[in-house]
Write a new protein. Structure first.
Length: 262
């Protein structure tokens, strides 16, 4: 048996989860969306030369949802005496991740903050994701920030999370106002996901074929499983249900995301 201390990166995540479990109360709902028409629209638009994708479309849909339900863009903080307070941000910015491989072969996840995602087009979002997937790592701020975190002493990591919990201005300067864990894959078998979070988060997980009724007849459709998580200190079950219904309306009707077919 071998026992060793956490790396600085894992220590950072440890304190993030510890902060989430101590100061926030996640409430979540898992959904299944029929994205058959959306995938067909993506294929048609790509054939016509548009740079679009499922993840970029999903992020655009979540940004529209949060614009309609601004309580999901709020965040709970605690003052010096531990009293809770709610901050409402002036921007809707999505914090997502892009998978890359480091020079040593290690798989890494690069955080990507899409500022004012509700004002971005699907092409703009896709372009930002593509840049983070293809640009040399030494040209990406997120990669250098990960390296900085890996060199931080543990006391400084704890101090950073102390500031995240207390200072809305400091947090918004570093991360987005909500998160999309955008790593969906075909046939993973996952039916739901849950994690402690300190903000609104969307977790699209599994793409799979299912038999669904279409106009009263069974049909094979492609579905996306997604979990929506909010802070129960700010939103309730009805709020989560409403945002889930709005996300379903958007992601199943691609014209609402991409615009009418040219």
């Amino acid at each position: 048996m071998q026992i060793e201390p956490l790396s600085s990166n894992r220590t950072f995540i440890y304190y993030l989860m510890r902060r989430s479990m101590r100061y926030h109360s996640p409430i979540s709902a898992s959904c299944i969306f029929d994205i058959t028409d959306t995938l067909a629209r993506i294929d048609r638009d790509r054939a016509a030369g548009r740079k679009v994708g499922l993840v970029s479309a999903f992020i655009k849909a979540t940004a529209i949802c949060i614009e309609k339900y601004p309580q999901f863009n709020q965040r709970m903080f605690h003052n010096m005496f531990g009293s809770p307070r709610i901050a409402t941000f002036d921007e809707i910015s999505c914090n997502t991740v892009v998978g890359r491989q480091a020079e040593n072969g290690e798989a890494i996840l690069l955080p990507l903050v899409l500022r004012r995602a509700n004002t971005m087009s699907v092409e703009d979002i896709q372009g930002a994701i593509r840049h983070y997937k293809t640009a040399p790592l030494n040209e990406l701020d997120a990669a250098s920030q990960l390296q900085q975190v890996s060199r931080l002493p543990r006391w400084l990591i704890r101090f950073l999370h102390w500031r995240f919990r207390r200072e809305p201005g400091f947090l918004i300067s570093k991360v987005g106002t909500y998160a999309v864990s955008a790593l969906p894959h075909h046939g993973t078998g996952g039916v739901a996901s849950f994690t402690p979070t300190s903000q609104t988060a969307f977790f699209p997980t599994t793409l799979q074929e299912q038999v669904l009724p279409i106009d009263g007849e069974p049909a094979i459709r492609t579905t996306l499983t997604c979990t929506i998580t909010g802070d129960h200190g700010i939103v309730d079950g009805l709020d989560v249900q409403q945002v889930a219904m709005e996300l379903k309306r958007l992601i199943e009707n691609p014209d609402l995301i991409f615009g009418p077919v040219a």
